[in-house]
Design a protein around this ligand. Structure first.
Ligand code: BGC
Length: 772
């Protein structure tokens, strides 16, 4: 080679290097940056970096920089050479989850504890949920994070799932609409969301190994539908795959789920990240379309590099994930170099929490108009949780909030006198229990939350005394649950013996004295009510209503606010009335779930033999009685429905109905539109929720016409024989209901031509759904 040619090559290489060194990530140069990345850098970008702060590269050329906000769950790694910043991912869903205190720092970093997901969903108010989302998104932004790991969108298949409090409903439409509203609210602040856990993570027992075996129809109509709605309407930046297997592979390794359905059919164009799994097959994840592996592990980077070098993984597959991550990064506050304040307006957000909680509370019973309370000055307040109120569930869904207002405080600040003798008894008992707990160090820590204290026994003598001294009794029954475990039937779904005696004795003594009793349910999930609901005068389902909980409950009890929530799940008479109980962990008698059906350690399966008959779909079709039906909720006032109309539009139908407040107090009504399909064709539930609307606040005598749109796609069912969504032609009935079992007025409408959308034949069940 002559000298000239050599010099040219050196100059050329130099200029390539120089231009590569200079290129920095911009909104519009993602492809160029991708080209400039080394294999090591690409591998690093698809592996989360929260656990490490030092250089990941053996020769120290790459800095595995992960920005850290103390307590945030995860991060993507920075590549400073290319101007790629680190981004921070934080839990969710009831508020931002970061450490409230930092070393050598006198500032605090508390976040607002909002009502749990179930409570928000029970508002059936998408505008309100969007508003809550905006507040949470603002805290994500102002605390220097980029993505909120929320909303939780799994289906309440059984009341025993330990994480139901994070999820919305047994129904996919409610789940999807509430989820989409939440996503829109959070993302309006310029930060992202991660809808999770995709998909069918409806039980916590062995969540890392269980294979959820589900029919294609039930998957499409029940378990994926909510995600589909949230993806199509909310456009989340990210989706989180789940820990479990689905019809065979782990969801994070399922191309059929993450690419064919999520991207090709639904048009999702953000990134998919894993749940916090640790090590699984890196190549399979990338090939499936799972872009980001959280929380990230050094060995995953090495593994990816190795697999590309040995041809096990095509670099072009890796490039697809890297490109999507770059496209995500340019949207983040970290990329904009947003100068966050660490000072969101916590006071303003607390006010919104207080208000949104009351709107999600469900009045289950109100005999003789016991609520709002009248002529009550002094109260006897029973139940541990009255004094130790539960704001939210445990695990990653718990929020490090500055305080929780308990019921005692809420009532006292409303001007009521809470019987001090009884209050002091409870306070000393709880203080003693706390000491015992600390001494024994049983169940606790962030994962399990505070271990609940056993309910205090109150003697009949004390109860009788209280009935003489007070005008009314309030009994709070509390439950706590969270990720990593499912609930049990005894003492959790069912009342414990002590609680049962307490309700019996208090109702007996107070009623004898002619005084009312209210039971407040402070939980994130469903419990058995059929055996005791006849005893108290009123039952208020307060859920886990967030950090202002005691104020919110007191607002409703005193009538300062009114409850307008309705159930987004069925409250069955017995657990075994639910078809899912035949194959859900922890239900007696032991259900036919499989364990050890193959050699993979820890692997078992749960067959969803009930198919689409989840929740109310089963009960309205079979006519089996329930304690409180899906969609149920009383009000302080009453509503009358009239003038049901359904009209054809270009895309489908518009349904409207007039709702009048015929009672004596202000209120809001949740109108539910249930559709009954023409007979013949696919077997369908007797009626299915296809739309809902909530009225504005209606004063006595005031009315409003609410309008709901239904597309032909909304009316479709999934036909496994043709692998299509199909809407049959014929005559449909629209039932405008105050609950799934209280259809007030109906209108029929006709579809002259059938409608169908072809899908892919994917996610076939991994074994026979035969109930064994
Ligand atoms: C949970 C996720 C959570 C993640 C990060 C996991 O154990 O399943 O919901 O976002 O941890 O904390």
């Amino acid at each position: 080679m002559n000298r000239f040619v050599f010099t040219c090559i050196v100059l050329l290489l130099g200029s390539v290097n120089a231009s590569m060194a200079q290129i920095k990530l911009q909104v519009d140069n993602v492809d160029e940056v991708l080209k400039a990345m080394t294999l090591e850098e690409k591998a690093m970008l698809v592996v989360g970096g929260n656990r490490r702060n030092e250089s990941a590269d053996a020769n120290g050329m790459l800095g595995a920089h992960a920005k850290s906000v103390p307590g945030a769950a995860g991060a993507t790694q920075a590549i400073p050479r290319l101007g790629i910043p680190s981004t921070v991912l934080t839990d969710g869903p009831a508020g931002v989850r970061i450490q409230p205190k930092r070393e050598n720092d006198s500032n605090t970093y508390y976040c607002t504890g909002f009502p749990v997901g179930t409570a928000l969903a029970c508002t059936w108010n998408t505008q309100l949920v969007e508003e809550v989302g905006r507040c949470i998104g603002n805290e994500v932004l102002e605390y220097g994070c980029d993505v909120l790991l929320a909303p939780g969108m799994n289906i309440h298949r059984s009341p025993l799932c330990g994480r139901n409090f994070e999820y919305y409903s047994e129904d996919p439409l409610v789940t999807g609409k509430i989820g989409a509203a939440y996503v829109k609210g959070v993302q309006s602040q310029g930060v992202g969301t991660s809808v999770k856990h995709f998909a069918v993570n409806s039980q916590e027992t062995n969540r890392m190994g269980v294979d959820e075996v589900v029919s294609q129809r039930a998957l499409r109509e029940i378990y994926l539908k909510g995600f589909e709605i949230a993806v199509r309407e909310g456009a989340p930046w990210t989706v989180m795959s789940s820990y479990n297997r689905l019809n065979g592979p782990f969801t994070q390794e399922s191309k059929e789920l993450l690419t064919t359905i999520l991207r090709d059919e639904w048009g999702f164009n953000g990134i998919v990240m894993t749940d916090w799994t640790g090590m699984r097959n890196t190549a399979a994840q990338i090939q499936a379309g799972n872009d980001l592996m959280e929380p990230g592990n050094e060995s995953q980077i090495k593994d990816i590099i190795e697999k590309v070098k040995t041809g096990v993984l095509a670099e072009s597959d890796l490039d697809i994930c890297v490109k999507r991550i770059l496209q995500y990064i340019v949207k983040t506050p970290a990329f904009r170099n947003y100068s966050f304040s660490n000072k969101p307006d916590l006071k303003a957000h607390a006010a919104i929490t207080r208000r949104s909680a009351t709107e999600g509370m469900v009045l289950l019973k109100n005999e003789g108009g016991a609520l709002p309370m009248k002529n009550v000055k002094t109260l006897s307040v029973f139940g541990n949780t009255s004094y130790d109120f539960i704001a939210g569930g445990s695990g990653s869904g718990d929020v490090n909030k500055a305080y929780t207002i308990d019921l005692m405080q809420g009532l006292t600040e409303s001007g009521l006198e809470v019987n001090p003798k009884l209050a002091n008894l409870y306070k000393s008992y709880l203080a003693y229990q706390k000491c015992l707990r600390e001494a024994s160090q049983t169940r606790g820590g962030w994962f399990w939350g505070k271990a609940p204290s056993p309910e205090m026994e109150v003697s009949r003598t004390i109860v009788n005394q209280q009935a003489q001294e007070s005008d009314m009794a309030v009994i709070t029954i509390g439950r706590q649950a969270g990720e990593g475990g499912d609930r049990k039937e005894d003492g959790d779904f069912l009342l414990s013996d002590v609680e049962r005696r307490l309700i019996n004795d208090v109702c007996g003594a107070f009623h004898l004295a002619g005084k009312p009793v209210v039971v407040v349910l402070n939980m994130g999930n469903v419990m058995e009510t059929a055996s005791w609901k006849s005893l108290p005068d009123a039952i208020l389902l307060a859920w886990q209503p967030g950090q202002e909980g005691g104020y919110s409950v007191a607002d409703v009890l005193t009538g300062k606010a009114y409850p307008s929530g309705k159930l987004t799940m069925t409250w069955p008479n017995n657990l075994t009335d639910l078809p899912s109980s035949h194959n859900f962990p922890n239900v007696r008698p032991t259900a036919p779930r499989g364990r050890g059906n193959n050699k993979v350690e820890f692997q078992d399966f749960t067959k969803h033999v009930e198919g689409i008959n989840v929740g109310y779909r089963h009960f309205v079709t079979t006519g089996k009685p329930v304690s409180y039906p899906f969609g149920f909720g009383l009000s302080f006032t009453s509503f009358t429905y009239s003038k049901p109309v359904v009209k054809a539009t270009k895309e489908g139908f518009t349904a409207s109905v007039n709702v009048e407040n015929t009672g004596t107090k202000a209120g809001k009504e949740v109108v539910q539109l249930y559709v009954t399909a023409p007979a013949g064709g696919l077997d369908k539930p007797a009626r299915e929720l296809k739309a809902f609307a909530k009225t504005k606040e209606l004063m006595p005598g005031e009315s409003q016409t609410v309008t709901m749109d239904i597309s032909l796609y909304d009316l479709a069912s999934y036909n496994e024989a043709t692998q299509s969504w199909e809407t049959a032609s014929g005559s449909y009935t629209a039932g405008f209901g105050a609950s799934s079992e209280d259809i007030r007025v109906t209108a029929s409408f006709n579809l002259s031509k059938p409608f169908a959308v072809k899908c892919h034949d994917v996610l076939r069940p991994s074994m026979e759904l035969d109930g064994k």
